[in-house]
Design a protein around this ligand. Structure first.
Ligand SMILES: NC(=O)c1ccc[n+]([C@@H]2O[C@H](COP(=O)([O-])OP(=O)(O)OC[C@H]3O[C@@H](n4cnc5c(N)ncnc54)[C@H](O)[C@@H]3O)[C@@H](O)[C@H]2O)c1
Ligand SMILES: [Zn+2]
Length: 391
């Protein structure tokens, strides 16, 4: 027999933004466990919860608060799962640099009888969401994952993703899967305990997506940059929410949620970013590496005659105004940095596709990059380092 039968699978991307998610009157977190009418409602579901140790440290008694919240909802007849365990996991890139967190979560799914209709809840930054997500996606070939992103970057980008991953062989996200989370609940209160550096990190992804898809958003970011840098949530949250919405829409309406096509436009600035992260042994966090990667690709595009220099300067200035770096000493090692291009191609498969800007809101795919121009772009950023370095 020979048969080619196309088929489709229906998913829902469930996203809530809220404030104080564990307040007894707040419905958002309980709603994250809602199930389709067709599911059996007679068995109470189970849940195990993993909290980023940075979050646990910054928010004492968080586990108790979550337990009280869910117990209160259950008493009022809301269909929420029974918590079997609340554990902390290593936060930051450490969560992705070994299999320790993945193993911890897998072992808990086994010990606490987490079946495919039970829930794994991940509370943390993008790194914890990625590592816990990989375990949740592989236990029993996939159990339900509820994400509570706790950094700006996780709330405006990573938390929306339909993928997960950890680092292997010195390469970012080498080991991972595509997997749609059951629900994503973003509580802005988490953002109040971030360091300034971690708070600023999420806005490189906002500049990225504004440059690609929403020129008005870039203007808004420029206008409010000083307030965002000073952590004014009234100005920062609308940008985080819009950025999250654009990332979610790209997944649901962009036509390629599992990246089967060649191009991956949301990875603008990321070929260099991922390489800078691994070159520095992750001392440069993802958000900062993305800022440097965007600045580099904008300067490259300007030198290549693709992008007006004024636009490149404008974007770089926006990143600086947000408190983000646009240069780094790893730019001195251009040959090593350039290996990131081939690693990027290899990760995506097929021919090289790198998104460059031709204007604000306009991208183009290029299939090769010129060594001499990369070196000149890096040199231009390095010569500005003195003035653009983080204060
Ligand atoms: N899956 C995806 O599509 C996707 C998309 C973008 C980024 N990412 C990944 O996300 C990671 C970066 O995530 P990130 O920027 O959120 O940083 P992070 O997860 O590395 O967290 C940074 C630090 O902040 C701490 N922290 C987290 N929340 C906190 C809070 N509320 N209060 C105090 N401390 C807190 C963490 O413990 C950690 O030390 C990278 O590994 C990147 O590759 C994944
Ligand atoms: Zn990114």
């Amino acid at each position: 027999m020979q048969a080619d039968r196309p088929f489709q699978v229906g998913f829902v991307h469930r996203l809530r933004f809220t404030r104080d998610a564990f307040h007894p009157e707040n419905p958002a977190f309980a709603e994250a466990f809602e199930e389709p009418q067709t599911d059996d409602r007679t068995t109470r579901r189970r849940a195990i919860i993993f909290i980023d140790d940075g979050v646990a440290k910054a928010t004492p008694k968080l586990g108790d608060r979550i337990a009280e919240y869910l117990a209160g909802k259950a008493r009022r007849g809301v269909n929420v799962p029974e918590i079997r365990a609340i554990e902390t996991v290593h936060g930051g890139e450490r969560a992705k640099n070994s299999t320790e967190v993945v193993d911890q979560v897998l072992s808990a799914t086994d010990r606490f009888g987490i079946d495919r209709k039970s829930f794994v809840v991940a509370i943390g930054g993008g790194a914890v969401l990625d590592a816990v997500g990989l375990a949740a996606a592989t236990a029993h070939r996939g159990v339900r994952l509820v994400r509570l992103p706790t950094t700006t970057l996780a709330q405006d980008d990573a938390g929306m993703a339909v993928k997960n991953g950890i680092n292997r062989f010195g390469k970012k996200n080498y080991l991972g899967t595509f997997s749609v989370p059951w629900a994503v609940v973003c509580d802005e209160l988490f953002l109040t305990t971030l360091t300034d550096r971690a708070f600023h990190c999420g806005f490189s992804e906002a500049v990225k997506i504004a440059c690609l898809k929403d020129p008005a958003l870039l203007t808004q970011i420029e206008r409010d940059a000083a307030a965002i840098r000073a952590r004014d949530l009234a100005k920062a949250m609308p940008i985080i929410r819009r950025c999250a919405e654009l990332h979610a829409l790209h997944i649901t309406d962009g036509g390629d949620p599992f990246e089967l096509a060649e191009a991956r436009p949301l990875d603008f600035g990321h070929w260099a970013a991922h390489k800078i992260e691994s070159m520095t042994n992750y001392a440069v966090p993802h958000g900062e590496a993305v800022a440097i990667g965007i600045a580099l690709d904008c300067q490259y595009a300007a030198l290549a005659g693709l992008l007006p220099q004024a636009d490149a300067t404008r974007i770089t200035a926006a990143l600086t105004a947000l408190g983000l770096p646009t240069s780094h000493e790893s730019l001195d090692r251009v040959d090593e940095l350039e290996r990131g291009i081939e690693e990027f191609r290899e990760h995506l498969g097929g021919r090289l596709n790198i998104t460059m800007l031709t204007g604000i809101g306009q991208g183009v795919e290029v299939h090769s990059m010129d060594h001499a121009l990369i070196a000149r772009a890096a040199e231009a950023l390095r010569s500005r380092r003195a003035t653009t370095m983080r204060p």
